[in-house]
Design a protein around this ligand. Sequence first.
Ligand SMILES: [Zn+2]
Length: 159
Amino acid sequence: MLCLTQDVNQKQKRDFIDRKEKTIVKNQQLKKVGLKVTVPRLRILQVLESSDKTHFSAEDVYKALLDIREDVSLATIYRVLTQFERAGLVNRHKFEEGHAVFELANSEHHDHMVCIDTGEIIEFQNELIEKAQNEIANAHGYELVDHTLVLYVKKLKKT
Ligand SMILES: [Zn+2]
């Protein structure tokens, strides 16, 4: 029993150190892009980084913050996400019929599918498409600089 308690204490201590280190990293990230470190900015960055989810609407961030008892107004969240976007920390996607979603800019290049029934966002990468896009641009006498590709999909019906 004592042993177990010690383990738990050790774990808490490790978690605490982990959190502290992560906060330092986030402080540096914010400073690097020229943003002053503020509590809302830190917390929002924390939400974007700590979840399995990769695409967030401002409302998603709002709810995630409420879950950890951080009451940051939706207006502030919008403002911070826009600042993050300008600073290159996040990418904003505006999918049809949906609100803007944000994702961290450090993820590998990928394209998106959006399910028109559920709004689910699916990421994919396809070398052939990447290559074809380059070739199309070249064929028109251009160099490809960037692209956005969104497929609007719905689940195949099982037969
Ligand atoms: Zn994505």
